[in-house]
Design a protein around this ligand. Sequence first.
Ligand code: ADP
Ligand code: MG
Length: 327
Amino acid sequence: MSELLSIEDLTVSFGTSAGRVKALNNVSLTLNEGEVLCIVGESGSGKSTLALTIMGLLPHNTEISDGRIMYRDIDLLRAGADTMRDLRGREISLVFQDAQSALNPIESIGPQLEEVILAHSNVSLRGANQMAQDMLFEMGMADPKRVMGQFPFALSGGMCQRVMMAMALVMRPKLLIADEPTSGLDVTLQAEILHRIRNLVKEQNASVLLITHDMGVVAAMANTVGVIYSGNVVESAEVVPLFRRPQHPYTWSLLQALPRIDDPGRRIEPLPGTPPDMIKLPAECPFLPRCFKAQSQCRTDPKPKLVEIEGMHFVACYNPVVPEEDD
Ligand SMILES: Nc1ncnc2c1ncn2[C@@H]1O[C@H](COP(=O)(O)OP(=O)(O)O)[C@@H](O)[C@H]1O
Ligand SMILES: [Mg+2]
């Protein structure tokens, strides 16, 4: 299995008037060719920052103080603007968290889609127009021609999401980054978008970095999973070991909150407490105040590092959950 994307020790912060927001801290993750890596974590944990860092689309107040992002043999953090422009939209695409506001509000859909095609291929305007229509049709638009003439504000959230997907997929990228592509959509459209992402992997051997806060989506989509808490990867593993033997108390709590088919009456317990202030991240484990496994070492020692506890299963915890015996 060959690596397509490898993130090593990535540390990203934002300068604000209130102080430095430490959005990502020594994040390491790997995505193989033809696989789906799900990044899961609650709101504000740094997921979108990760997506934007890979794409090279961070705002000016960002500082990347450490780390490396290798895409094939290209070091994305050190690649020039021209290389990034060439890769973006063609080899690496992003479906933004909020499709409606990511589209240009003062341009109709057609030209926005054609622009992506014309930037990366030698087709004529007419060819681009046809490709755009075909792609919208592929994304489930019954009347692509009409949609091409419309402005984003005239489209529903679901339609904007389809347009965003069309834009991301039209050049058949090798790597799709999808930032909560289904949140806010009704379940039917949600299932459809996930189905299209799965097809991209199956038919084009593409790789997907899928960001979500929904463990149900993870179960349905992931080959591997990275669990992120306050800008730290606290656990990463292949999906089956992660669900069977979650070892970080945070992962364990997220999975406890999932409704289970074998125990439908079970109450979903929300995790008590709130994540720490990302400006004043503690030196110790950021999950400590919410952790049911906390012991004295967690209070005295610096935050635990990710350690491989079984093949490809990494956990950053001094007192991990003991896995139940497999039946
Ligand atoms: N441009 C920015 N300037 C300052 N803080 C930011 C900026 N973008 C994101 N943040 C902060 O960085 C943290 C991580 O945000 P984000 O990556 O959007 O999390 P998620 O996608 O997991 O909800 C949050 O505390 C957020 O408020
Ligand atoms: Mg986000």
